[in-house]
Structures are given as C-alpha cells and as structure tokens.
Design a protein around this ligand. Structure first.
Ligand code: NAP
Length: 376
C-alpha cells in the first residue's frame, strides 16, 4: 500500500541550510545504549549523511529518497498551527504523521477526528504528550517514539544547565561579550557544585544518565521515581531514595526534572512546592514545561526563594516572543534543543526509517517504541 507521510519539522537556520558543518563526522557508538540491551535504531539502510541537519525542513529527516524510491508521498512543512495551516490541509488524507517535540504537531482529539486515513503517529524523538494518545488508539492509530534516541543528549544538557546556574555562567558570559571585566558582578552569585545535594525527579533513562555524569562532581545524589531502583544500582551511584517529590525537593540544593508529562506531573511544581524547598535552590527542567506552574515559577525567582531556573522546554512551542520566561530573573533558558543535537538527529532519523519499514511491511513496531496502540 502506498502511503502519504506528513512530516512537520522546524524551519531551516535563518542563515540558510548549512553547506558544511563544524565537524566532519560523528564518533562511533556501541551497538547498544548505555546500561541497556536495547540496540540503537537499525534500519536496513542509512539514507542520509550522518551528522547533517536532518530535523529542519530542508533536512526532511533524511526521508525523501527512502520514501519516494518506494512510491510513497512525502509532505514536509513547518506550518502547523491553525485551520489554514499546511498541516491541517494535508492531515485528512495522511497515513502517517511525524513531528518532533521541539516543534510539535499538536494532535488533540479534534484533529485526530479529521485524520480519516491516519494509522501511525511518530514522534521523532521522545515524549508524545503533544498527542492525545487515548483518542489516537481509539481511532485505530498507533503512536510511537524513538525511545532512548536522545536520552544521553538531554542528560548532557542537564549537566550543562546545572553548572550554568550554580556557576552563574550566563551573566558572566554576557559581561565578557559586552567588553566588561566585572569579576565581582560575575562571582557574587557563583558557587561550586561540589558537596551540594542534587535530587533527580524520575530516574529513568535520562535521570540515570545524569546521575552517572554527576557522580564524579562529588555531589550527594538522591532521586524519586514511582518504582524504586535496585539496591545494587542505588549503591553503585550513591543514590538516596525519597518516597515522593515533596520529600525529595525539601532535602536538596539542585533539582533536575526528568519525568514525562502526565496527569500526575502536570503543574506539580507550584508556588507551595517551590516555597518548601531550601532557600536558594536551583531547578533544571529538560522534561516538559507544563510540569511547572508558569507564573508561580516567576514569583519564586523574583522573591529569591529559587536561585535559578534553567529550562529547555516551553509551552506552547514555539514559545511566543512575549513568553514571560524570556524575561524572568536568574534564568538559563534554551529553546527546546537538548535532544536535538546533530548526533541525536542521526539516531532519531534512523529510528524513524526503522519504524516506517516495519509499518510498510505491516509488522508491529519495536515494543519499546510503542506509546499507544489500538486494542487488537
Ligand atoms: P524514561 O526512560 O521512560 O524515564 C521516565 C521515568 O519517569 C521513568 O523512570 C518513570 O519511572 C518515571 N516517572 C513516570 N511517572 C512519574 C511520576 N509521576 N513521578 C516521578 N517519576 C515518574 O524516559 P526518558 O528517556 O528518561 O525521558 C523522560 C522525559 O524527558 C520524556 O518523557 C520527555 O518528556 C522528556 N524528554 C525531553 C527531551 C528534550 O529534548 N528536552 C528529550 C527526550 C525526553 P516510574 O514509572 O518508576 O515512576
């Protein structure tokens, strides 16, 4: 069966699609992900140059040749909002929709109802909360993502954002760029991470990768997740377990959030919770923006209760120009990029091809990729 694949990707760089890259190749990685027997994505062929910019419109996730050589149709657009968007125009007869959490094609129930041919929704990355997964499964649609593809990428970003906050990197860099030599201005909010208590909310793939990376900093690590890790792993990483988010956040200096966005985690970080933390705590959130109460976060930063917030995730995405998190004090925000490195894009695009190959053969996708599927 020939399929129409509708792919929503972020726009190209404002300087144009890169004619060349900063590096010539990517390092070779083991066949399986760290601490796991899960193999990296394994399509029958790699259809693109590894290390190229695949996630923007001109990169087409490296799918054009793969799909068109088999007679399938590929539509790529970044125009995703509103009923006159390219996305809505093509949705009614699309068989497959692909988008990335960095530039999500939101699929609430009303859009799913319009998508009469839709059978597969792929998240080219991790986190499918932009899709109403129950409505999708009820409509006979499978929702899948490329589990583990960018977990280490995000963990590295979280290490960076923790250090950015604790060392007061962003304002210090700004002094350097602006021609200043304001040592005192830079260091008046700068500390060592060494010796601090660091708490990880959700020690899954990203959370554990973060713990492994932070251990050599000489910090005291603790975590919360619903199912406790093995005693062996806790001992190996020196992890203290707390039985709830509430208990964890009271006992640490730095909190890094790595849980999915669910009914349980939505708006978990409100003013009351953040006021229960140690004064001068830092929060890093590379998980999902709606885990925070947007305006409560601004209040606790303005009061000084929270010494800094570094997030990589916003709601909605793209964030409007006047989003208040762009102007709050003591932030080290990035647009949603932590899982979008060129290194991750290669794994993500390979994973998408692997899923599409299974889908076209009418085979079930890998278990670990499936987020929701129709009842058989
Ligand atoms: P993962 O391996 O599935 O880990 C998620 C962990 O969350 C699990 O260990 C789970 O353990 C825990 N969890 C679930 N519900 C929880 C709750 N209510 N309270 C506390 N812990 C809870 O996923 P991952 O690869 O680490 O990714 C985690 C999240 O990061 C994704 O869902 C996504 O939203 C986000 N992400 C962001 C980016 C980015 O670019 N910024 C990229 C990838 C992923 P229990 O079931 O035991 O609780």
């Amino acid at each position: 069966m020939l399929s129409k694949v509708l792919c929503v990707l972020y726009p190209d760089p404002v300087t144009g699609y890169p004619p060349e890259y900063a590096r010539d190749d990517l390092p070779e990685l083991p066949e399986t992900y760290p601490d796991s027997d899960q193999t990296l994505p394994s399509p029958s062929k790699q259809w693109f140059e590894p290390g190229s910019l695949l996630g923007s419109v001109s990169g087409e996730l490296g799918l054009r040749e793969f799909l068109e050589s088999q007679g399938h149709e590929l539509v790529v657009t970044s125009d995703k909002e509103g009923k006159d968007s390219e996305f809505e125009k093509h949705l009614p007869d699309a068989d497959v929709v692909i988008s990335q959490p960095f530039w999500p094609a939101y699929l609430p129930e009303e859009r799913i109802r319009k998508a009469k041919n839709l059978k597969l929704v792929l998240t080219a990355g991790i986190g499918s909360d932009h899709v109403d997964t129950d409505a999708a499964a009820n409509a006979g649609i499978t929702v899948a993502e490329i589990t583990y593809s960018n977990s280490v990428s995000v963990a590295e970003h979280a290490v960076m954002q923790i250090l950015d906050l604790v060392r007061n990197f962003v304002p210090s860099h700004q002094y350097a760029v602006n021609g200043g030599w304001n040592i005192a201005d830079c260091v008046k909010r700068s500390y060592d991470l060494e010796g601090m208590d660091v708490g990880i909310i959700a020690a899954g793939r990203i959370g554990l990768a973060l713990a492994r990376r932070l251990k050599p900093f000489g910090v005291h690590l603790s975590y919360f997740k619903r199912h406790r890790l093995s005693e062996e792993l806790e001992q190996e990483l020196g992890l203290t377990y707390y039985e709830s988010t509430e208990e964890l956040v009271r006992n640490v200096d730095v909190v890094s959030i790595h849980s999915p966005l669910t009914d349980e985690t939505r708006h978990l970080f409100d003013e009351e919770l953040m006021n229960s933390m140690r004064r001068g705590s830092y929060i890093v959130n590379t998980a999902r923006a709606e885990i925070m109460v947007r305006d409560d976060l601004i209040k606790v930063l303005e009061s000084g209760q929270i010494a800094g917030y570094a997030g990589d995730v916003w709601y909605p995405q793209p964030a409007p120009v006047d989003h208040p998190w762009r102007r709050m004090p003591n932030e080290a925000m990035t647009p949603h990029i932590s899982g979008a490195t060129l290194s991750a894009q290669t794994r993500i695009a390979d994973g998408v091809v692997e899923c599409l190959e299974d889908f076209f053969r009418d085979e079930r996708l890998r278990d670990e990729y499936i987020m929701a599927e129709p009842e058989s």
